[in-house]
Design a binder for this molecule. Structure first.
Ligand code: 15L
Length: 267
C-alpha cells in the first residue's frame, strides 16, 4: 500500500494517526470538513464534506487504502448521524469501489455491542446490540463493509474502537481504553497485512479487565504494548449499581442516554 487516505483527519484519532503514518507511506492524503493547513512533505490535504459524493470521489482517486474515521464521533441528533455517518460511510465505500481502492479500514466502535451486560465477554460473532443512533450508524458501516467485500471483492477491516485517550480516565476505561500508540499500531497492521477479505477487530489493548475477544488481532499481527491496569491505582473503584444502564452495560454512558426501557428485561 503506497497511497493512504485518512478521512476525519482533523479529529483526535486522525491527528494521532497522522503523526504515526506520515513518512511511512509515499502519500498520505488527509481530508476533513475542517481545513488542515499545516501539511508537510508527503502529505496532501483536502477540505471536503463526506455528504458531497463528487468531492469524496475526487479525494479517493489514486488511493490504495482508505482509513475512514470521518463522521460524528458520539451520539447525536438523527439528521447529523444520517448525513455524516450513514450517508458519509456509503459515499466513502461507493467512491472507493468506483476508484478501484483495494482496501478500506472502517472506524467502527464498541457501541455496536453496547447493550451486552458487562459480565459477558463479547467476541466478533455475537450479534450486534447497538446502544445509540451512533452505534446503529457503525453497524451500518460494518454491513456496508461486508457488502463491498462479498459483492465487489474489496478488502475491509472494521475496527471497533474502545476509549481512545492518552490514558484511562474512569473505571470503565480500565476495560475499554486504547492508547494512541497502540491504535496507530493496529491501523498500520491493517494497512500492511497481506490480502484479507473481511476482518472485525476490537481497537483495544490487552487490558487485564478487557471484555472483548479479539481473534483477528493475531491475523494482522496486532500486539498492543499498553495495559490500562497500569493506571488502576490512580482511578476510583468501579461502582456497582446494576440498576444504572451506564454501569450495567458495555456501552457505558451511551446506554443511559435517553434510556426509557426496562433494564431488568435486557438479558
Ligand atoms: C466511541 O465510539 C466514541 O467515539 C468516543 O467518544 C468514546 O465515547 C468511546 O466510544 C467509548 O466508548 O469510550
Amino acid at each position: 500500500m503506497k497511497s493512504i487516505l485518512i478521512t476525519g483527519a482533523a479529529g483526535g484519532i486522525g491527528r494521532a494517526l497522522r503523526a504515526g503514518l506520515t513518512g511511512v507511506y509515499p502519500l498520505l492524503r488527509l481530508t476533513d470538513i475542517r481545513p488542515i493547513t499545516d501539511h508537510t512533505a508527503g502529505e496532501e490535504c483536502v477540505t471536503a464534506d463526506l455528504i458531497d459524493f463528487a468531492a469524496v470521489k475526487a479525494f479517493m482517486s489514486g488511493i490504495d487504502c482508505a482509513v475512514h474515521l470521518g463522521g460524528v464521533p458520539k451520539e447525536g441528533p438523527w439528521d447529523a448521524i444520517l448525513n455524516h455517518n450513514i450517508a458519509g460511510a456509503y459515499n466513502v465505500f461507493e467512491a472507493a469501489r468506483q476508484c478501484g481502492v483495494e482496501r478500506v479500514i472502517f472506524a467502527s466502535s464498541n457501541h455496536v455491542i453496547g447493550y451486552y451486560r458487562v459480565g459477558k465477554t463479547v467476541g466478533i460473532d455475537d450479534p450486534q446490540r447497538p446502544d445509540s443512533r451512533y452505534g446503529v450508524s457503525k453497524v451500518f458501516g460494518e454491513a456496508l463493509g461486508r457488502l463491498y467485500v462479498d459483492k465487489h471483492g474489496m478488502s475491509v477491516a472494521c475496527l471497533r474502537i474502545g476509549s481512545f485517550r492518552e490514558r484511562p480516565q474512569n473505571a470503565r476505561q480500565l476495560a475499554t481504553w486504547v492508547s494512541p500508540r497502540d491504535l496507530t499500531q493496529l491501523v498500520r497492521r491493517c494497512i500492511d497485512a497481506p490480502h484479507y477479505r473481511f476482518l472485525v477487530l476490537y481497537g483495544v489493548l490487552n487490558n487485564t479487565r478487557s471484555r472483548w475477544r479479539n481473534p483477528h488481532a493475531a491475523l494482522v499481527g496486532y500486539a498492543p504494548l499498553d495495559n490500562a491496569e497500569d493506571y488502576a491505582a490512580e482511578l476510583p473503584a468501579s461502582a456497582s449499581h446494576s440498576g444504572d444502564p451506564a454501569i450495567a452495560f458495555h456501552g457505558g454512558e451511551f446506554c443511559a442516554l435517553e434510556f426509557s426501557g426496562d433494564i431488568g428485561s435486557i438479558d
